[in-house]
Write a protein that binds this ligand. Structure first.
Ligand code: KIV
Ligand code: ZN
Length: 515
């Protein structure tokens, strides 16, 4: 039997560090349940010391997930490790992941620490973490730019201190596949106790090489890969889970290890993460993009019809693609609705939320006769947003737009404890709607991104809108879905405004401020 490649998903931690991708506790639990259903080995649920909300989210994931290991991130600081251990208490299988930077540039400018001090801190952190859990992972941050002799010294010391996994991060996405694979091979050969730990890699995508670097590391002995759904993550993102998993599965002729995931859940996870974070998936994205399995050109179609293998290296069904299936309709009852949500792992905990979602479902089914899984996911996201205690809520919108005339919009919002009307003209109907909202909420934020995607096919599909706002250096994403894309746009704007007004500040794990 081949060895197992451990898939460590960090969508909820590194993915969430992507500007605007922050998730609520309930959203994190929903994604974690979907990852568990896909049989991901380890789920990094967050950085518990970052804020009370982050702590609660890791705690809630640790409570909800039974079959995957749940991991919490901690800098090599006693208070971080205590907090991570506390958050992980309910986990059936919990892991503490502690890290400190080892590259000359990070030690000198970020940590302002001598290499000896870094080794001491790393060892102390691992020993402390081992007092709480058996499963401890250590990362020398910016390993891709660290000196190899020093890396060997740190790794030997942390393995001796009890680290069971040592993770080699290419923090800034600087590595190339050949040298990165060689680095992993050398580390495994040179660290005297390397057989006592699993070697892992964590690659960022700044040069578009995160997946290539990770796979090269696997070919050279790494047996854990850290990755995220859709490649979400800081800057250009992390290695995409779906690409790693399908490469290893499709090219079993090359890889000496296999993955234990249920790959048919990949598309579902991709759509869920995109829906919740508001980060759309580009159509030509490998595995999960809308065009990934569309053999548009006549020549290709002909080839595929004659024999599938002519142009297809994977089967679309194996990653969860199937022809858009109508799952529910106008006449579906509450039970069918509830059952399908459960099957999708999108149950609503409170009875009143389920009632609210069912009313929304009926309303949607009146406008759109065929309701797909993607509609249901969007509907649950909308319900979660609507039932949250938000200070600003969208109530209604009227937009007038006519060729040759200046568009205008009137909105009614719930704001500052009451219903408030607003009105404005704009260069287009969306601009007018946003200006009308601003006339009430006065966030003074800059609109950085506006995007619309159809959730399913057909002109009656729901539009899913993402709005990114920036104010004083803070970036938030808002999202909204509706069959009316102007209403979806207004909802998305309000969702972003709420985040700007309400979300508490949180510490960034890699800022170095607290060290
Ligand atoms: O990119 C990185 O170095 C990280 C560490 C915290 C593992 O995310
Ligand atoms: Zn990272």
């Amino acid at each position: 039997m081949n060895e197992r490649l451990i898939i460590f998903d960090t969508t909820l931690r590194d993915g969430e560090q992507s500007p605007g991708a922050s998730m609520t506790r309930d959203e994190k639990v929903r994604i974690a349940k979907a990852l568990e259903r896909m049989r991901v080995d380890v789920i990094e649920a967050g950085f518990p010391i970052a804020s009370a909300g982050d702590f609660e989210a890791v705690h809630a994931v640790a409570e909800a997930v039974r079959d995957s290991t749940v991991c919490g991130l901690a800098r090599a600081l006693p208070r971080d490790i205590e907090r991570a251990a506390e958050a992980l208490k309910p986990a059936r299988s919990g892991r503490i992941h502690t890290f400190i930077a080892t590259s000359p540039i990070h030690m000198q400018h970020k940590l302002r620490m001598r290499p000896e001090e870094v080794v001491e801190r790393a060892v102390a952190a691992v020993k402390q973490a081992r007092r709480y859990v058996d499963d401890v992972e250590f990362s020398p941050e910016d390993a891709g730019r660290s000196e190899i002799d020093f890396l060997c010294r740190v790794l030997e010391a942390v393995i001796a201190a009890g680290a069971r996994t040592v993770n080699i991060p290419d923090t800034v996405g600087y590595s190339l596949p050949g040298p990165f694979g060689a680095l992993i091979k050398t580390l495994i050969e040179r660290v005297p106790n390397s057989d006592k730990a699993v070697f892992s890699v964590h690659c960022h995508n700044d040069l578009g090489l995160a997946v290539g670097n990770s796979l090269s590391a696997v070919l050279n002995g790494a047996r854990q890969v850290e990755c995220t759904i859709n490649g979400l993550g800081e800057r250009a993102g992390n290695a995409a889970l779906e690409e790693i998993v399908m490469a290893v599965r499709t090219r079993q002729d090359q890889f000496p290890c296999e993955v234990g995931l249920d790959t048919t859940q990949i598309l579902h996870c991709s759509r869920l993460v995109s829906n919740i974070t508001g980060f759309p998936v580009q159509p030509n994205k490998a595995i999960v993009g809308a065009n990934a399995f569309a053999h548009e050109s006549g020549i290709h179609q002909d080839g595929v019809l004659k024999s599938r293998e002519t142009y297809e290296i994977m089967r679309a069904e194996d990653v969860g693609w199937h022809a858009n299936r109508m799952v529910l309709g106008k006449h579906s009852g509450r039970n069918a609705f509830k059952t399908r949500l459960r099957e999708l792992g999108a149950e609503l905990a409170r009875e009143e939320d389920l009632n609210e979602a069912f009313l929304r479902f009926k309303d949607l089914a009146d406008k759109k006769h065929e309701i797909y899984d993607e509609d249901l996911q969007a509907l649950v996201t909308e319900t979660n947003l609507a039932t949250r205690n938000e200070s600003a809520k969208f109530i209604s919108l009227k937009v007038c737009s006519e060729t040759g005339e200046t568009p205008s919009a009137q909105v009614t919002l719930w704001f500052a404890g009451g219903e408030r009307p607003g009105a404005a003209a704009g260069s287009g109907p969306v601009d007018a709607a946003f200006r009308a909202i601003e006339s009430v909420v006065q966030s003074q934020a800059n609109l950085q991104l506006y995007s619309v995607n159809a959730i399913t096919t057909g002109s009656d599909a729901q539009g899913e809108v993402t709005v990114r706002l920036e104010r004083g250096g803070r970036i938030v994403n808002g999202h909204g879905a509706d069959t009316d894309i102007l209403a979806a746009s207004a909802k998305a704007y309000m969702n972003a405004v709420n985040k700007l007004f309400c979300d508490a500040p949180r510490e960034h794990p890699q800022s170095g401020d607290a060290l």
